[in-house]
Design a binder for this molecule. Structure first.
Ligand code: 26V
Length: 746
């Protein structure tokens, strides 16, 4: 079919075309098929408002969902072309930081697949998150342009005026079609500001932060380490929610709402606090259209639902009153009136406290549902972090454990495993993940276990080839691939992993060799102004160089930090993984979703009892996961008592001291920057806020055990089979169905 389309539209045979020609033609071919599907419709519609949609490349996933992937791949193959090569031309839209944005993208896929009328609403960033480049073993940031002349965005005629205090910006809506697997489509509605200009970007990702009309949608999360950066985020957020609110009301009226009954026509999911200003903005627009303030506030409360994705205090947004007053005084005024409506005895639940607006408090008071993203996380919200709100509104709180779309993370990323499962259980699991339970009957089938092992090796070879081209590193496919891929943050504890690597390196120097070659892979971006995170990247890159240059150590281990982690890299990395590192300090990782992707692809988790790891552990059982470290309760108590003392651990434990001391060893200082390495070392000894030293011993012991167990190849393959089978619960189809049944009611 594509062959014919190409010849007709291009006037030449496919076999003579360049990969770029084919890519651009495939894009229009696919887009026209998506148009034909039509859109999910209904009286009530969900608006999932999010500052991030980490959608990844779209060609393959669109072809998969249209059911055309296999046929197009075959057609291309028959004329000597490869769909994988063609796909590599597509630029990846990096419209997210990590899990929160990727979750939004998975939900879009599932909602369309389930036939729910559900649109995503966000911003059309010109560069998205920065592109990461390593220079002198350090992270640098570059703009990441992704919008080419030929792209997936549909420019619409929809425009809204967004009024700030001193000026008005005109928006423009761009739609991205999201087609369900074998179903109709929904849309991702991305707003841009007409006046934005890429020409103001200078020297990496620097630009004039005060020039709001030129810079508003240039980047995702501009560096907010200074006041102008913070103000810019307020402008961005208001622009996003004002466009969203205008769109929601216009569409609801079009579907027959008189606005008093808005809750019968629209539900808004507020994805973390970034879109929380949609609450006062909806109130403003409803009063502008003649509804009285108190009724408007009630309507909005019945329309909005809020998802919390973090308990880290520094990530819970609080905006200075004066920024809001400077940007949109009317919204500040409305927020104060809303605050008065909920003023009770407890000052700590107020929305406006002193000179700060607590965005999470605004979202909780004026939503009908508040959810956490994994069972443990929701319990911590209810009983610790948001306890006072839970006491006020016990019925609002609920849990929705995250999920991932199997279309991208299994069919797309791991075609061989998909084929094996299909041959064993039939096609059903592609739309009904529960069917993966049928895999359990093969637990003792040696043919199946050895097929799993063969597929893993094939995926390792694919990763090897990819990294050879991308970074010039050479991996060994007979090695154990131990992978930690996620945002760089101290609570996720990449530094703990690095300390283990140092220990292994020093053991090897002492003549204690591992049974098998070990490959430690990291992939992570650090926020541009996050000094400690950048120091950790520097440590890992220095270790990687040190090991590679050592003739003995390099025989037993390899350390790789992949540049510019993104969805496409994840799709290569995850299917090749043996051991999935999920080692956050217990109580700190709200859920994690990488943990689910790794298990679905047959990796075994090495992790703490944190976030969704707790549920993973419950499902797979203790023989099929490696758990270590202090519990969430122990950690929370330790914070409360203020008794954590890393220096005492450092003094007492020789293994810890040896690893920590090595960070500033002369061998390291020869490669790295002494200021950065010593700063990190001193932080670990004197502060170690996320308690890496506390869990070091248990982590080392447990990791050694996992490496030893890997040598019983059949037993290991059985663990991978159990993980794949039990991953069924973590399908985002299940999560989205729960949201719909209990919150959205579409
Ligand atoms: C954001 C920031 C930004 C500034 C620097 C510090 C900092 C720390 C944390 C965050 C987190 C923002 C929210 C977020 O991405 N949460 C993630 O949401 C995922 C989907 O629910 C979940 O799986 C992850 O556990 C959670 O970290």
């Amino acid at each position: 079919m594509f062959n014919e389309y190409f010849e007709k539209t291009k006037g030449k045979p496919l076999s003579t075309a360049s990969d770029r020609d084919i890519y651009e033609s495939l894009l229009s071919f696919t887009a026209s098929h998506m148009q034909e599907r039509g859109y999910n419709a209904g009286k009530k519609k969900l608006y999932y408002i999010s500052a991030e949609f980490l959608i990844g490349k779209l060609l393959s996933s669109n072809l998969i969902n249209l059911g055309l992937y296999g046929a197009v791949a075959e057609e291309l193959k028959s004329v000597g072309k490869s769909l994988a090569d063609i796909e590599s031309i597509e630029p990846e839209p990096s419209l997210g930081n990590g899990g929160l944005g990727r979750l939004a993208a998975c939900f879009m896929d599932s909602a369309a697949t389930l036939g729910l009328p559900a649109d995503g609403v966000g911003l059309c960033y010109h560069c998205g998150l920065f592109a990461q480049k390593f220079k002198d073993n350090k992270q640098t940031e570059q703009p990441d342009y992704w919008i080419e002349d030929k792209n997936w965005l549909n420019r619409t005629d929809t425009q809204y005026a967004v009024k700030f205090k001193d000026f008005t910006l005109q928006s423009r809506l761009y739609d991205l079609t999201v087609t369900g697997y074998g179903n109709k489509s929904n849309r991702l509605r991305l707003f841009d500001a007409e006046t934005v200009s890429e020409s103001i970007i200078k020297d990496g990702i620097a630009f004039d932060k005060k020039d709001v009309d030129s810079n508003l949608t240039l980047f995702l999360y501009p560096d907010d380490s200074d006041d102008n950066g913070k103000k810019l985020r307020v402008y961005q957020q208001y622009f996003m929610v004002s466009c969203a609110a205008q769109l929601i009301l216009d569409e609801a009226v079009e579907r027959g709402s008189n606005l008093h009954d808005l809750a019968d026509f629209a539900v808004v999911q507020i994805n973390d606090t970034h879109p929380a200003m949609v609450i006062p903005e909806l109130v403003r627009l409803l009063t502008e259209r003649g509804i009285d303030f108190t009724e408007a506030a009630g309507i909005v409360r019945n329309v909005c639902a809020y998802t919390n994705h973090t308990i880290l205090a520094e990530a819970l947004e609080k905006w200075p009153v004066k920024y809001l007053e400077e940007a949109v005084p009317e919204i500040m005024q409305i927020t104060r009136r809303l605050d008065l409506m909920v003023k009770g005895a407890d000052e700590t639940c107020a929305i406006v406290q002193g000179d700060l607006v607590h965005m999470a408090h605004l979202a909780i008071h004026f939503s009908f549902s508040v959810n956490g993203v994994a069972a443990l996380h929701t319990e911590i919200l209810k009983n610790v972090e948001l306890k006072k709100f839970y006491d006020l509104y016990p019925d609002k709180f609920n849990n929705k454990t995250n999920g991932i779309t199997f279309r991208r993370w299994l069919i797309g990323a791991n075609p061989d495993l998909t084929e094996l499962i299909r041959s064993l259980t039939g096609d059903g699991f592609l739309t009904d993940a529960d069917r993966l339970k049928d895999l359990a009957m093969y637990e003792n089938d040696t043919d199946v276990l050895s097929a799993l092992d063969t597929i893993k090796t094939k995926n390792k070879l694919r990763l090897k080839e990819f990294l050879m081209k991308k970074e010039g590193v050479v991996l060994r496919e007979d090695s154990i691939f131990d992978i930690q891929a996620k945002r760089l943050h101290e609570y996720k504890r990449q530094q703990l992993n690095a300390l283990y690597i140092i220990k292994k390196y020093l053991d090897i120097k002492d003549g204690k060799y591992p049974d098998r070659h070990l490959t430690f892979i990291f992939a992570a971006k650090a926020a541009p102004s996050y000094v400690m995170a950048k120091d950790i990247i520097h440590l890992i890159l220095c270790l990687s160089k040190l090991v590679a240059a050592d003739p003995v150590a390099s025989k037993y281990m390899t350390v790789v930090m992949i540049e510019n982690y993104n969805v496409s890299v994840a799709e290569k990395l995850i299917p090749a993984c043996d051991i999935s590192e999920q080692i956050s300090l217990a109580s700190k990782e709200a859920s994690g979703t990488g943990n689910m992707k790794f298990m679905l692809n047959g990796a075994v988790t090495l992790g703490t009892l944190d976030g969704a790891n707790v549920e993973i552990a419950d499902f797979v059982g203790k023989d099929n996961i490696y758990i270590f470290g202090k519990s969430a309760k122990e950690v929370i108590d330790l914070y409360k008592s203020g008794r954590y003392n890393p220096r005492a651990l450092y003094s007492k434990n020789a293994d810890i001291r040896r690893a920590v001391d090595f960070i500033s060893d002369t061998a390291m200082l020869k490669i790295g920057d002494g200021t950065s390495l010593r700063r990190l070392q001193s932080d670990l000894i004197n502060k170690d806020y996320f308690m890496a030293l506390l869990d070091f011993e248990d982590y080392s012991k447990t990791k050694d055990k996992a490496f030893a167990d890997y040598e019983d190849r059949a037993a290991w393959a059985r663990k991978t089979l159990v993980n794949i089978s039990k991953a069924r619960y973590f399908s985002s189809d299940r999560t989205v169905s729960e949201y719909n049944r209990e919150i959205w009611k579409l």
